[in-house]
Design a protein. Sequence first.
Length: 329
Amino acid sequence: MILHSNEEGEVVDVINNKMVMVDVKGVKFPAYIDQLDFPYFKRFSEKKLFPDKKAKKFIDEVPTEKKSITDKIIDGIWLTFIPVMETDEFGDEVVDILKVQLENRTAVGYKFIYRLNYFGTSEFELPNQVHAFEDFYLHDIPFADLNDSPSFNLEFSLLTPDKNKADYYEASLKLKPKQLFSRIEELKKKAEATFSYKLMEEYPGKVFEDKPDLPAMLGGYKVYDASKGRQHLEPAKHVLDLHIEKLIDNWKTLSNFEMLTLQLKTLEKYADLAMAHRQPSMIVIHGVGTGKLRDEIHELLRLRNDVKTFINQFHPAYGFGATEVFFKV
């Protein structure tokens, strides 16, 4: 029995010596052991073995039965972390591992591909599916590994295809150690068991090519609903590779000027998409070479008002040639 809500449930997993995973009417969540109790005392103390006889009621006095329907909250798809504690040699509680869980709080089922990257290199990949209002356990991460700049990347597609919806949607979460430690300390102070990050509010619609509406154009301006504009946009990219062979097949037929122009236009396109999707940062891979492309990229970024800052990422994961851009979101 859950003491604070007075509900009966079932313990389905043991997280550590202080916490367990509880299932209440199909909903699973972690709970502290001291917040649980056996339901037998409540049952025998609240119910009499021989209840009092009820007064007779006639048929016209019996009220119509009312069924209470609990609506499930729809608020997107979340990546949830469950810290598992242990006691160190000094008697202090420290985090040993993080359990990672995908929570689908929508009425739609999705296929997904989950990838965990360290410094841009893939460490773990899991393709699977998550149904409506379902939690999906992904894996455990040793807490010490979170110093290696983990990036959690997911690609979603609909379980039931819809011609009006996008073919896929990409979401990414990058945790910085300082930010993570702060969340865990906040968790301890509030005596909470998990912390979560929202990956997607609503699955986007498909981008359709607008065809001229001659009658509307002749009669005036065509009006669009700006509030729904973002769902029709192409997904943003968290890692943009500007190597010319990644952008076009017949690149050998282009001049150096044409290749550079294409690379910079591609950067501007995905920088605009990043801002439209409120993406806080993006990695731009440009390689080393002569440094011409890097310098042109940096000059373009300096002129954009929506760029807060950028830094050269001299790391082998990006071939020692990449720039991380931070946007004003």
